[in-house]
Design a protein around this ligand. Sequence first.
Ligand SMILES: Cc1cc2nc3c(=O)[nH]c(=O)nc-3n(C[C@H](O)[C@H](O)[C@H](O)COP(=O)(O)OP(=O)(O)OC[C@H]3O[C@@H](n4cnc5c(N)ncnc54)[C@H](O)[C@@H]3O)c2cc1C
Ligand code: SF4
Length: 547
Amino acid sequence: MTGDSDRTPSDRVDVCIIGAGPAGALVADRLAARRHEVVILEAGPRFDRADRIERMERSIRPSHDLPSVWDMGGERDAYTSTGEWFYPLNNSRVKGVGGTTLSWQGMVMRLHEVDFEMRSEWGVAADWPIDYEDIRPYYGSAESALGVAGASDNPFAPPRESPHPMPPFPPSHSDARFAEACERLGVATHSVPNARNSAPFDGDSKCVGFGTCKPVCPTDAKYDATRTIEKATDAGVRVIDRVPVQRLEHDRSGQVIDAAVYVTPDGETHRQTARQFVLAAGGIETPRLLLLSESETYPDGLANSSGLVGRYFMEHLFAGTGGIVDWRTRQNHVGFLTSETHQFYDDPAAGTERGIPPADAQTAAFTPIKLEFFNYAGPSPVGLALDSDIWGDELLESLRDAYGNSIAMGGLVGQRPRKDNFVGLDSSKTDDHGNPVPRVHWRVDDVTKRSIRRANEIQETILTELGAELTWQVGPEETGPAFHHMGTTRMGTDPAESVVNPRMRTHDLDNLWIAGSSVFVTSGAMNPTLTIAALALKLADHVDESL
Ligand SMILES: Cc1cc2nc3c(=O)[nH]c(=O)nc-3n(C[C@H](O)[C@H](O)[C@H](O)COP(=O)(O)OP(=O)(O)OC[C@H]3O[C@@H](n4cnc5c(N)ncnc54)[C@H](O)[C@@H]3O)c2cc1C
Ligand code: SF4
């Protein structure tokens, strides 16, 4: 997938999709299979597959700046971060054919039923206008499309209809030690569904364990959306790369989008017309493009009659605890996660009879918590040696002492939708085309902080049961985002309270649809992409019906 191509627009097509990440790719693939004519406009380049080894090498050099592994940064990707917390936006996205899945980790879980019903079940936040049963068949199709290795061994997972396409990865050595400690404490552990090949899949190789999955898998073992793009292209989809869409233009009635206006690398401006438009530009650029597309009819931006475009920005927060043990971990380093527990997801306050103390507060005082067992080998011996000022046998001895005895847990904590967390435009700074940059305004509220603390408490109990001396913790004050943008064009039935309807069509415009996590109403604490994929397949069905 390399080389320049003709970047002039196609004659009016059935569907124009903006963004070639997993959301855009899956919508395109499904619509092409139904024989619709589809064009994707993608801001970033088609990366050459042959460069992946070189990108992997770059990513493991300590001096390297992470975003630049996938060419992020500079004027094109300028942004501002305001609010209580700095948001490192360019660490959290990739622009190019494949989108952010080029650098993602690949953990793919379904949301739990409670995530769709937070208002009804916990009396907080809001309910989605669809429930788990509405999305359930699409989750199965999404697991097939992404090639998920997993097992039906999770007693807390929502009901499923069929096995995963591939068997799960075997548990790592440290998983087994965690499982023993958890068993003693009454905590169930189970496998992690991974969008990476535990066996050859769809013509792509089996995972060979490089461990550099995030930010580069040099083989094709980890799913990324170029896989779907290739299928879609074979089915007739046209992908135009390096053409950032600048504006969406509507007709005189203000009811219908006429064209997506884009710019080519040599500075030409074109208009792609279509019957339907699907905006799949990720959780930040989707609201930004709507806001940039202001007009006389819509001075506050497109699809924004509710004033909510960009509002309710949500993230998942990281909670972690680690320590050292006085036994050899015989760590077999695996670059991804193989075990976790959802035991405290639906009821974070609950304890266990055998050792996890219940929380002081009720479940509704928390957000969902997902706990992960890290395959963590401790600090790198090379890093330790470089930072050390001792030499020879003394250094060797100290490295022996510091290696093979580290252990750690991580976890994701959800965040409630809050109107005052938002993505807006910052006119004080412009991108390479003179557009105001995205401004991320974000705060971690007290409920989220309390939930992080609760996650830490459970992690401490499990690690102590393993005999660990706790040496570090990422708690409410040190936490950071998991790079899951959500909520900025939320779904709902009331046009005054939401941007898209339950079919993911904007309330304001008859032919504008939104694919991606920006339509999420609540965040849950599951990595979002399987839900993004399932919703994309659902959206494709609705677009198909409208054509
Ligand atoms: C380090 C890291 C690890 C992650 N790990 C996981 C994980 O384990 N599990 C999980 O579920 N999720 C994970 N994620 C999140 C996951 O990558 C995203 O949820 C997912 O890629 C979002 O898909 P998308 O198609 O909505 O957006 P994206 O993948 O971001 O794609 C959007 C595309 O739109 C393009 N675009 C933007 N603006 C325009 C424009 N104006 N014109 C044309 N094109 C435009 C962009 O260039 C981009 O290619 C991770 C993310 C990061 C950064
Ligand atoms: S561990 Fe597997 S998925 Fe990760 S980089 Fe290596 S081959 Fe790719």
